[in-house]
Design a protein around this ligand. Structure first.
Ligand code: KMH
Ligand code: ZN
Length: 271
């Protein structure tokens, strides 16, 4: 089996210090969390950035400062900015980090309810626009799928030339408004993938580690981090993203799966 790529989603746009005081906002805090995840075995940092007060932003300048600072501390890590940003941002705002030509960025493959009255909007034309921009800017998309229909959208837009092959998917599972986080949900998504694609699994909250184990034994890859889950175990807040990554490394070792370095992750993903 291929080595395991671990992605650390260190910050997200929604989780706050009120949820877990270790959620990073400042550049220094973001670098500290990225470095902690990297030394424990993460080869990809999925990055959202914040203003110092915690407000989510897609500012190109803020991304550049954070990406440069992360690269200084973790020179070979793959930094994968979000183009999802936060609910309500314009497409223009959301696309800003791709102007920095990162190796990868997320591309969200459909619209979903996002709690209360919030809707995370990704129309077909938005997905086409983001796909085209990523091809133009040499950025490999991680295709974020919150439900099965989003895989079908990605496959269709791949055939039409808006997304290049081989495709790399991320199943984000257990979001209220998206697919659940049970094993049968995972198998449904996995079995819906086109041949030759790779995938990573991000389980929200209590689904984080059970879905990580499912991905590990199935040849998939894993995403963990404060964006998805703030607990190390039931009722115990995680003191860092690093401890969440370390837990995945322990599970993988017990199950006989080796961890990919950033260089190995690049080879697996064709970066
Ligand atoms: N914050 C969510 C609205 C992504 O990074 O591409 C979108 C999100 C997805 O987190
Ligand atoms: Zn994200």
């Amino acid at each position: 089996m291929e080595k395991l790529i671990i992605t650390a989603a260190i910050c997200g746009a929604e989780v706050t210090k009120e949820h877990n005081p270790n959620v990073p906002y400042t550049v220094e805090e973001i670098v500290e969390q990225a470095y902690g995840a990297y030394i424990e075995g993460a080869s990809i940092i999925h990055l959202h950035v914040r203003e110092d007060d915690g407000t989510p932003t897609q500012s190109k300048e803020r991304f550049k400062i954070c990406m440069d600072a992360i690269k200084e501390k973790c020179p070979d890590v793959i930094v994968q900015p979000s183009t999802g940003g936060a609910v309500g941002m314009t497409n223009e705002e959301r696309l800003q980090p791709t102007e920095l030509h990162p190796e990868m960025a997320t591309l969200d493959c459909g619209t979903l309810n996002f709690g209360g009255d919030e809707v995370f909007t990704n129309t077909e034309n938005t997905i086409k626009e983001f796909g085209e921009k990523m091809i133009e800017r040499g950025v490999k998309p991680e295709l974020e799928c919150f439900d099965k229909s989003m895989i079908e959208m990605a496959v269709r837009l791949n055939k039409k030339g808006f997304i290049k092959s081989p495709m790399h998917f991320s199943f984000v599972m257990g979001v209220n408004g998206g697919i659940g986080g049970d094993l049968r949900d995972f198998l449904f998504l996995r079995d819906s993938l086109p041949c030759g694609s790779t995938y990573s699994v991000a389980g929200l909250g209590r689904f984080e580690f059970s879905l990580a184990a499912a991905a590990i034994i199935s040849g998939g890859h894993v995403r963990v981090g404060f964006e998805d889950n703030i607990y190390l175990e039931k009722g115990v807040l995680a003191e860092s993203n690093g401890v969440l990554v370390a837990k995945v490394v322990r599970i993988a070792k017990e199950l006989g799966r080796q961890i990919a370095t950033p260089a190995e992750a690049r080879a697996i993903l064709g970066l």
